[in-house]
Design a protein around this ligand. Sequence first.
Ligand code: GTP
Ligand code: MG
Length: 370
Amino acid sequence: SGTLTVSELADKLNKDSSEIIKNLLFLGVMATKNQDLDDDAIELICSEYDVEVEKEIILEDTDFDKYIEEDDPKDLKERPAVVTIMGHVDHGKTTLLDAIRQSKVTAGEAGGITQHIGAYQIEVNDKKITFLDTPGHEAFTSMRSRGAEVTDLAILVVAADDGVMPQTVEALNHAKAAEVPIIVAVNKMDKDTANPDRVMQELTEYEIIPEDWGGDTIFVPISALTNQGIDELLEMILLVAEMQELKANPNTHAFGTVIEAELDRGRGAVATLLVQNGTLHVGDSIVVGNTFGRVRAMLNDVGKRVKEAGPSTPVEITGLNEVPQAGDQFLVFADEKKARQIGEARHQQAILETRSEHTKVSLDDLFEHI
Ligand code: GTP
Ligand code: MG
């Protein structure tokens, strides 16, 4: 990390080195002109001159992009699709998520299924599909706004008895903006008042046109209550996913996004992570958002302990110093010291960013105008 010498600091503050040395002495620090100063000393001197130090200039580079190596195309392997279910209030998102999960629960897993980790994975025709169990699209959008596109495919649930409603439009606009393909699940087909033609008609206004009508959007009539059409829906998901040729490199440091996180009384900070690239292991040194730690234990979506998690796999981990936020990104570092450095720097930066919301001055700005 780049510290400053006495004379460099003097330059920045537009003072004489001798004056800085005198002040340091006054503060109980003996220093010569070319001596490196630690952060505390720099801060002390700056506060003498009423200059607030933005620590980031003397900190590690905190951007994950700096540490992610581009994957060699030959290392890329097929990975499961990550699916989000969206739609208007009460149109059946939660019921559908439950129906899909129930339809694929094996007897052995039944006990663990009450475990809720914010995402789950099922297997259809030997292929896995990951569902983000975050009904509504807040999670979808907050993750997107942080630049991490976690969703590969959106299921737009529209109740056949209610038709297109404001949040249906909102949802489809989000998916379109993210360039995420949409499959329309026309739900509640078991109802007498179901009118799927009306749903199709209404969606054409938003350029979502069924294949039957010459468009390219797949519509699947379903009932999340009676399980009608669920298998067809899953097959369509696999079909669309296959066309996307989703790939990741399982043999690299894990990178991904926080699905949800909370403080557990017994276990401390608990976070559900979606691995997007690489493989996450127990014992990995990890930076998550503005915190860091070592993966102590990992549970899969049915509450079983696992030692590793590959691309598109959701896992719940413990071992972080603090609770991160949904939508935060994470990255594993080969070396624990590096993870600590980057984690601490990001933490520091977050504090400064919050603080500078009211006192918006950076050290560079300040020094330029002294
Ligand atoms: P919010 O989370 O509040 O946005 O609602 P949601 O989209 O998750 O809807 P939810 O799954 O909670 O379903 C709302 C109501 O519709 C519940 O009473 C469900 O039982 C009912 N429902 C869901 N799917 C079907 C269906 O296929 N047929 C019928 N008849 N009712 C359904
Ligand atoms: Mg719901």
